[in-house]
Ligand binder design. Sequence first.
Ligand code: AMP
Ligand code: GLY
Length: 437
Amino acid sequence: MSDGLDRKWLFKPETGGGMKVLVIGSGGREHALTLKISKSPLVKKIYCAPGNPGISSLAQRVDIPIENISGLLDFAKKEKIDLTVVGPELPLSLGIVDQFEAEGLKIFGPSKKAAQLESSKIFSKFMMKKFGIPTARSESFSDFASAKKYIQNSHLPRVIKADGLAAGKGVLVAKTCDEALLFLQKIMVDKIFGVSGENILIEECLEGREISILALSDGENIVLLPEARDYKRALDHDQGLNTGGMGAYSPVSEATEELRQCVLKDVFHPMIRGMKKEGIPYRGVLYAGLMLTSQGPKVLEFNVRFGDPETQVILPRIKSDIVPLFLASCNGTLDKESVQIHKETAICVVLTSGGYPGAYQNGFEILGLDQASKMENIMLFHAGTSSKDGKILTHGGRVLGVTSLGKDMKQAQTLAYDTITKIHFERMHYRRDIGMK
Ligand code: AMP
Ligand code: GLY
């Protein structure tokens, strides 16, 4: 090989440990988590509930929905699962960690109370203010008339956020009074997000470039993971609607060691120490969505889980075995761990169903996967796929994540986009500017 990349770590070690791991979720993030966990010599068997066709080559799929906490608990007890890793926010916000721990099962993630850092934007903002963490100024409202009056007397743009979980659709950066009032009407009066929109935040609008920095914590100690940049809008050059994420890359040039240390000191330390002091210790992965403003990094949001598609570029860059890190987060021993990072650049381009994030059609056959998966330094992460009669079909808005590794951004980009030319399904859409300036 002439490009000097070390590929040995891409393959599973031959030795086998004895652990049984359960991964919860069914997206590209969970495929990336399962792949990374499968490389651990500590692990004998992986289950994934409910998983997807891509995951099924690495783990046994279990047909239990992510919100069926008692079903998942029964399964984990019956199979004597040694470690459960939760992908999405919903089971965390429903208290899966509390319920597993009450039965003596090891599970990686925050408690229901700690998960409020994502499940309630008002709680999260309250904690940020209390602990002096840099973030946008904001006011909270629980009745439509006061929120309307506040908007009518504000300088726009302002950012309106539903308090609760809204599948990434609960935020509007409002440039005009009309669109702000329409959004308020939809969430507070028409209740399009149900109880999630009963309370809202109105924030000052921050300017700058966004970056996601994730860290592991055991309630006290913190280990930073590689940073990533996510592309939220559906179309090139950040046009179109917000989505769950159309692509990502890591590392991000703005994330100098100085910036990462600043975020550790000003964001993660105060949050983890503060939560411990409040009697709500935070264990698991904490994701800080940051705006790099002229006054320094400010927090836009916290997520209490790995990002999707950020995970598809962060995990391939981690050299260390992830399983001891997850265990250390559960056991309170992260002070004894560190994370070794590969220097390579990873990019992920998400292939979506035409129409996403609006209405789209399922059931188109995905062609070219075999050929694409043979490419070196390429990982194809399944998200919205299903299988029927030996064929892989589209089954969701975000269908596949094509992740590549290269010695630099240019090499990684060329490889990812070359691979995409081999894949086809009807009405396939993707952004052509992932990783471009
Ligand atoms: P959130 O779910 O809170 O991260 O918001 C979703 C997206 O809305 C963010 O990734 C930003 O692009 C944008 N956003 C959120 N809060 C602000 C803010 N205060 N100023 C500017 N943009 C924001
Ligand atoms: N890609 C954004 C998120 O996972 O929240």
